[in-house]
Design a protein around this ligand. Structure first.
Ligand SMILES: Nc1ncnc2c1ncn2[C@@H]1O[C@H](COP(=O)(O)OP(=O)(O)O)[C@@H](O)[C@H]1O
Ligand SMILES: [Mg+2]
Length: 294
């Protein structure tokens, strides 16, 4: 019997997250693969006193890793389990600053970005000199992001110095970044899904009252047929950081597309609804091909 493990975050109760594993399970079942959905709370591996990583989970042919816990991901891989996505891809995409660094030097346009300074002491005030530099290089409005945010929750906009200072104070002890606000793209962007190096679905997202277009914040999705440039860009980005499966956010810059972020664990429920494209099916077939051959 062909079987796979779908690992999900142990604490997430998000509907989109439950939908993700349920849809994949359904698609695997039609391919003859038994998928077991398990929350990532059973210590699938441990470091033994003999100095090895020992797997306590039963044997699976592969694992769809819908969590972002990098430790368990790395441990499972070290035990020889094939993960979709691989631990390295998840780690790179989970951290927006690491993603930008990984994509740099490869001809991928991105908004001008400064890494935030890490502060280890909440009592320390954000340095005025840092704010001066952010202001000088990026102007206003300016975007501030926590490196590990998702669903729009760690993305802020400051219209002036006072606001910038308040936000910078809030995020100073977390990994974060400052980014030029791409005004031409305010409230709208493209979400593109790439599976196995091919663009398989895309939508334009539009928010009515927020500069962030995330569907979870009330943004609306519209089907989008990506032009050649967007297709080529997204296939390149995926091949650089997350070739198996990802959802790429692309801003509409004044001079062309600008890559905003890469989501290794992109929810596909909204995309399936908006476009009618069976994203889970495409992803399940791709994984099947990779593991068992076409
Ligand atoms: N530099 C920017 N300029 C304009 N809008 C932005 C910029 N960065 C992000 N946004 C908007 O905010 C949304 C969320 O930002 P993103 O980096 O994708 O974080 P998240 O991981 O929370 O989705 C984007 O989809 C986009 O609509
Ligand atoms: Mg995003």
């Amino acid at each position: 019997m062909k079987k796979c493990l779908i690992l999900v975050n142990a604490y997430s109760r998000l509907k989109s997250s439950l939908n993700q594993s349920a849809r994949l399970k359904e698609e695997f079942s039609s391919l003859g693969v038994r998928a077991e959905v398990r929350p990532n709370d059973f210590f699938a591996c441990e470091v033994s006193e003999g100095g090895d990583i020992v797997r306590t989970a039963e044997d699976y042919d592969f694992c769809v890793y819908l969590d972002k816990d990098k430790y368990v991901a790395r441990m499972l891989e070290k035990c020889g389990l094939r993960l979709f996505n691989p631990a390295e891809a998840i780690e790179t995409c989970d951290d927006k600053m690491l993603t930008a660094i990984a994509l740099s030097g490869c001809g991928v346009a991105m908004p001008r970005t400064l890494p935030g300074l890490l502060c280890y002491n909440p009592e320390e005030e954000v340095k005025e000199g840092v704010l001066d530099e952010v202001e000088r290089r990026l102007g206003y409005p300016v975007i501030i992001k926590t490196a590990y945010g998702s669903l729009g929750s760690g993305v802020f906009k400051a219209d002036g110095r006072a606001e910038l200072k308040v936000i910078a104070e809030k995020v100073k002890c977390m990994p974060h970044l400052f980014q030029r606000c791409v005004a031409a793209s305010a409230g709208t962007d493209a979400r593109v899904i790439v599976v196995g190096g091919r663009v398989i679905a895309a939508m334009r997202r539009q928010s009515a009252g927020d500069f962030r277009s995330n569907l979870e914040l009330g943004g609306q999705g519209f089907p989008l047929v990506p032009d050649k440039e967007l297709t080529k860009l997204c296939q390149k980005v995926a091949s650089l950081v997350c070739p198996d499966y990802c959802g790429i956010d692309v801003l509409f810059g004044e001079g062309g597309y600008l890559v905003c972020e890469v989501n290794s664990n992109a929810f596909f429920g909204g995309m399936e609804k908006v476009t009618g494209i069976n994203v889970a099916g495409a992803y399940a077939r791709y994984m099947y091909g990779e593991v068992y051959g076409a």
